[in-house]
Design a protein around this ligand. Sequence first.
Ligand code: GLU
Length: 319
Amino acid sequence: MDDARTTRLAPTPSGALHVGNARTFLVNWAMARNEGWRIVMRLEDLDSGRMRPGAHEASLEDLRWLGIDWDGEPVVQSRDLAPYRAALDRLAQAGLVFRCDRSRAEIRTAASAPHAEDGETRYPPELRPPEPWPRTISAWEANHRLRMDPATAPEARERVHDGFLGDHTFDPGLESGDLVVWTRLGVPAYQLAVVVDDARHGVTDVVRGDDLLASAARQQVIARALGVAHARWWHVPLVYGDDGKRLAKRHGAHSLAQIRTDGIAPERVIGWCAWSLGLVDRPCALDAQEFRAAATLSALRAAMTRVSTQRTVFAPQML
Ligand code: GLU
């Protein structure tokens, strides 16, 4: 194993994994095993309000069913908040975060047009409290925001170089404005948690769905503010349902749990994933090792170029 390279599988156990997740995880796993990267399993459960009992084990079981494995014990984010608190402390000491008690409605009124795609509300610099900001965190159950300005993002436009999708630039200052890095639930926001965990686990290569491409820019800003390196990015285009929407929890029939209950073999799912990426000529049954053999880096690069322009659609009858 090339200990110099590490990746992670980071399922969110709040929702059942679906065929789109399976495709991304298979790609991530195959790259790691082909290239000799270490694989950290990380259960992203900080959004604990939505966690069902047994959800952690269910996610792991779905992945094992596919033939995916990892190295070492799974890391469960909610079990130890100390590393995230230390990171927030560091940002506060550097004068980069402030406590924010404003409601979304208040911010919306003050902000310019919300981010077109997802209706995200930008937090404008005018709403910041006057400086200097406290250098220590006095209340952990409060939203905290990271300033998005030349202090954290000197270039304004943040360039994300992606191993599959090429170069993309984002302007987090305009898109999100000051970014929530800590929530009133007393836990880190997703963006901070990912940066802290990727850094402490020595993650060098992040492979995940391309809905997180814009997040990569934000995570680069946070990593810079914390003085840690960010990983290489490999974003994999998502799979869509035949209703034209990207696969999500509402596509119950597309979940791996349902597919298993229906008695469909994992090889059919894996074969569909390989076919949808053009790694094999027609849908067939493949096990994880056969998928891995077909998923060379050059084959994956060609696949991602294609599927980023031609949407992949999945419907359960395709299995
Ligand atoms: N847990 C996230 C998800 O399931 C992935 C986060 C990441 O890979 O950075 O979508």
